[in-house]
Design a protein around this ligand. Sequence first.
Ligand code: KIV
Length: 271
Amino acid sequence: MSVHSEIKKVTTETLRKMKFDKEKITMLTAYDFTTAKMVDAGGVDAILIGDSAANVMAGFETTLPITLDQMIYHAQSVVRGVDRALVIADLPFGTYQSNPEKALESAVRMMKEGGAHGVKIEGGKEISKSIKKIINAGIPVMGHLGLTPQSIYKFGTYKVRAKEEAEAEKLIADAQLLEELGCFSIVLEKIPADLAKRVSESITIPTIGIGAGPDCDGQVLVYHDMVGMNQGFSPKFLRRYLDLYTEITGAVAQYVKDVKAVEFPNEKESY
Ligand code: KIV
């Protein structure tokens, strides 16, 4: 039962209360106005302008090429479509890792020009100074641990992370550090379900899982995957709620057929 569905505007504080009340948090990605409107109308609590836009919107193999200007453009489009959900935007690769001043500058641009309600950044201890600097400026920060796609060339693979105890211990320590630094939430990507449970129980801020089992405080999926627009991407954790790839290619094929046969437009569809 949702006790927070009546809330008119979801805030970081709402998410904190949802964890406290044991109500699961829902998040989906969106990158454009029309999708954001539908996702918000469907009732998600948070919308993520993920740098997965590099993959699903631009066709890049990794998330690394997308720029801050491009992410800001996506954020502006999404924010115009949202009434209720909390809108969080990824800071892309290279815009926060080098030094805290640059990180703050990037986060400020995302808030001021993009209109996001907070930013998400990948990593733990190694970026702690950047996180602190952004939070000290009054900008909500969502952390991201486990499989962090901006580090794909370091990992060399998109396989499940932290299966070994040493990496699991570091992940728990990083999660606790992110809470201490003031992050309002943490995405846990592609880690064993029992580890995600341990992390979620060891901190008071909500965890949002993707491929991290049912015991996270919430779940996130990439919109295009969840509505089945992506045929080539089928990880175990993904549940497809629609098969839009088939629906859309079928509709396009029918349109092509109708136009070729001069069956579209008909009399009613003409002036
Ligand atoms: O970029 C993204 O879409 C993400 C989610 C997978 C959490 O970071």
